[in-house]
Design a protein around this ligand. Structure first.
Ligand code: HDE
Length: 717
């Protein structure tokens, strides 16, 4: 449904605003959705707020016609007049265009989509969006990095935000999670210290979006609760291939509550259906310079191309009485529940289907809150979660400057709103009820108080109890910071373990203070003497003696990224290194890849017909796999083919980087062996393909893309 601006204005003038406005009245709201015949369109509600400038004249903010290219002056060469309201309005609006960026997670991108429930889950939760098989709910998902500011590169090493909003028919439900299932600290009061330590130095504001500096590692090594999350961030989880290739986690333990009041403990998991995939570190670093927008670009493009990314929504369910059964505390957000203890129960699936129409109005103004819960879901006493329930509301008030941010179109629930909250900056509603207080003998009793038996107003699990003396401490059940990082490390493949150590070596090598370097080794030694010694080697420090209190050989399922092939190569990218003198094979390769849903780009010297991108504008970071056509083989010889059209040796560099970064590469015909020997691949190297048959090559490359990283190219030590 798209109402032209004129129609909205007419409705307002004729006094119809209250009747027609979908957010003032529940039945109108539902009617508005039904009328289109498509209740699942995730952006349908927003469309009535869209402004389309087609076939219109320019107006001022209050609707009068205006010209705005010249300011009003006294004489052709005279001063601008204070009277010029058109000039003042335009400049003043511009001066106020920015709102404060998010204090953390400032850099991000999001999209609209739809969640579909697999079944009626009323046996475990009263949440209405899980109340029927096939029930659909519009969603918005915002991905982010944590430390960088709004313009920072996408591919820096960081924890990634995974903030999901469901616009349910019983109000908005936000799961403000991350792509890593644990967090650095256990008590919300420590959050400002963590973020101060991680963010740039206060004197020179360096470094941007990076933890490779003294204060971050000083904090990590002084606050051992950070170790588990740090290990995940140092592994591939810190540098995902794209937003499409990350899982999401609610992190805290929450509660599910049934209509009967039965509650259970749950953890949210969002499993990417594209498979988990990560960059290698140098690749991510180079990409951060080549394309700061890599992740947002990938997401936007995938959705534009109709490659809608999907996630399965699962929960781990634990009975209330088992909160301490597994040797750690389910209220401790630095712990995972290994899947062997509580398997993932799939509840439904969501798909991202529409890009935002306006980044600021949607992605920038969406204001998530862990406190946005719906009936059927409840908090737990996790002290990190408890603090977050306060912090997000507070930060939204700061960003928006007033209490009416929930009335912005992207924040408006799709269900109706009735309460006694009034006024404030930017009030959008025209409340008709003059008895804006309760109780009132004059209001007719409306709006009525909802409760469990009427009005369905049941948020807090009735079985929740608490008692205890007041104290400033954390439960002793939160004390073990070292067993689970070790469990994580043990559960990775050998190459992933090496990557984790390499990442620590890189970050620690940036630490200036010898004291902090030593503290890092000391702290890591409580998790593993092997890691500590390998780290110490790189830092020129003594090997520490084993401190084996927390050492164990346990492993758990599902934590490795590289152990599994990707389920599909659809939406991955292949670069075809071609030459403009003969593009025939490049064209057939391109169509063979496209038949498989793989995005193929033909690279060449200039942008003639048949070449999509030039060597000067391309490099290996742009592609998941690379192939050189037989005709282009000579381009590997940098000296002979040196040209002003691209940097010296660029075609060969693309192949070499692709090889060094573990990508599937190869060549057709004579280019096959030429590529293999150029990159120095051994006879039996995996992921280096050669075939004269285009379709056989495309099949091999598809398999290579699913393997994603060929790990035998990475040395171990
Ligand atoms: Fe956040 N966090 N956080 N956080 N967080 C914010 O809220 C905060 C934490 C997370 O895409 C802020 O709207 C405190 C854990 C995401 O808009 C702020 C604590 C997890 C996003 C804030 C935490 C997260 C934020 C900044 C410790 C994973 C981006 C702007 C108690 C479960 C949401 C804003 C988006 C954003 C505070 C810890 C995830 C300042 C005090 C744990 C994904 O309010």
């Amino acid at each position: 449904m798209k109402l032209p601006v004129a129609a909205l204005t007419w409705a307002a003038l004729s006094g119809l605003v209250l009747g027609a406005c979908p957010y003032m009245d529940g039945s109108q709201s539902l009617k508005a959705r039904d009328e289109s015949g498509d209740t699942t369109d995730p952006t349908e509600y927003l469309e009535q707020h869209e402004v389309d400038d087609d076939d219109s004249f320019m107006t001022s903010d209050v609707g009068g016609p205006m010209e705005d290219q010249f300011s009003l002056k006294a004489g052709a060469r005279g001063p601008t007049l204070l009277e010029d309201f058109i000039f003042r309005q335009k400049i003043q609006h511009f001066d106020h265009e920015r709102v404060p960026e998010r204090a953390v997670h400032a850099r991000g991108a999001g999209a609209h989509g739809v969640f579909t429930s697999y079944a009626d889950w009323s046996n475990i939760t009263a949440a209405s969006f899980l109340g029927a098989a096939g029930k659909e709910t519009p969603i918005f998902l915002r991905f982010s990095t944590v430390a960088g500011s709004r313009g920072s590169p996408d591919t820096v090493r960081d924890v990634h935000g995974f903030a999901l909003r469901l616009y349910t028919d019983e109000g908005n439900f936000d799961i403000v999670g991350n792509n890593i299932p644990v967090f650095f600290i256990q008590d919300a009061i420590r959050f400002p210290d963590l973020i101060h330590a991680v963010k740039p130095r206060p004197d020179n504001e360096i470094p941007q979006a990076a933890t490779a500096h003294d204060s971050a590692w000083d904090y990590f090594s002084s606050q051992p609760s950070t170790m588990h999350t740090l290990f995940w961030a140092m592994a591939g989880y810190g540098i995902p291939r794209s937003f499409r290739h990350v899982d999401g986690f609610g992190v805290h333990t929450f509660r599910f509550v049934t209509d009967e009041g039965k509650s259970r403990l749950i953890k949210w998991h969002f499993k990417t259906q594209q498979g988990k995939a990560s960059f290698v570190w140098e690749e991510a670093q180079v990409l951060a310079g080549k394309n700061v927008d890599a992740h947002r670009h990938d997401l936007f493009e995938a959705i534009e191309n109709g490659n809608y990314p999907e996630w399965e929504v699962c929960v781990q369910i634990v009975e209330e009485e088992d909160a301490l059964k597994y040797g750690f505390d389910l209220l401790d957000p630095t712990k995972i529940i290994p899947e062997e203890y509580a398997p993932l129960q799939p509840l439904g699936k969501f798909k991202l289907t529409q890009n935002p129409t306006n980044y600021f109005a949607e992605t920038e103004q969406i204001m998530f809150q862990p406190g946005h819960i719906v009936r059927g879901v409840d908090f737990t006493e996790d002290p990190l979660l408890q603090g977050r329930i306060f912090s997000y509301l507070d930060t939204q008030l700061n960003r928006h400057g007033g209490p009416n941010f929930e009335q912005l179109p992207i924040n408006m629930p799709r269900s109706s709103i009735h309460n006694n909250n009034r006024d404030g900056a930017g009030q959008m509603f025209i409340h008709k009820n003059i008895r804006h207080y309760s109780p009132s003998a004059l209001s007719g009793g409306f709006p009525m108080q909802a409760n469990q038996s009427s009005g369905r107003g049941f948020f807090t699990a009735p079985g929740r109890t608490t008692e205890g003396s007041l104290n400033r401490l954390l439960s002793a059940t939160f004390d073990d910071h070292w067993s689970q990082p070790r469990l994580f490390y043990n559960s990775l493949t050998t190459v992933e373990q090496q990557f984790l150590i390499n990442a620590m070596r890189f970050e620690a090598s940036m630490i200036q203070s010898p004291k902090v370097r030593q503290n890092v080794v000391t702290q890591v030694n409580r998790i593993s003497n092997d890691i500590a010694c390998r780290l110490a080697d790189a830092l020129g420090l003594e090997h520490p003696e084993p401190e084996d209190t927390y050492y164990h050989d346990n492993t758990t399922e599902g934590l490795s990224i590289l152990a599994n092939k990707l389920p599909t190569a659809v939406g991955l990218k292949v670069g075809i290194l071609a030459t403009q003198s003969d593009l025939t094979e490049a064209a057939s390769l391109k169509s063979a890849f496209e038949e498989k849903g793989i995005l193929a780009t033909v690279l060449g010297e200039t942008q003639v017909d048949g070449i999509d991108s030039t060597y000067s504008g391309s490099d290996a970071t742009l592609f998941d796999g690379l192939v050189m056509t037989a005709a282009a083989k000579n381009l590997l010889d940098a000296a002979k083919t040196a040209s002003a059209l691209f940097p010296y040796g660029r075609p060969g560099q693309i192949m070499l980087d692709g090889y060094r970064w573990g990508k599937p590469i190869g060549g057709t015909g004579a280019a096959g062996s030429a590529v293999a020997s150029f990159v120095g691949a051994s006879q039996n190297a995996t992921g280096v393909f050669s075939s004269s048959d285009v379709s056989a090559f495309a099949d091999a490359m598809e398999g290579g893309l699913k393997t994603f990283k060929f790990v035998d190219r990475f040395p171990l030590d």
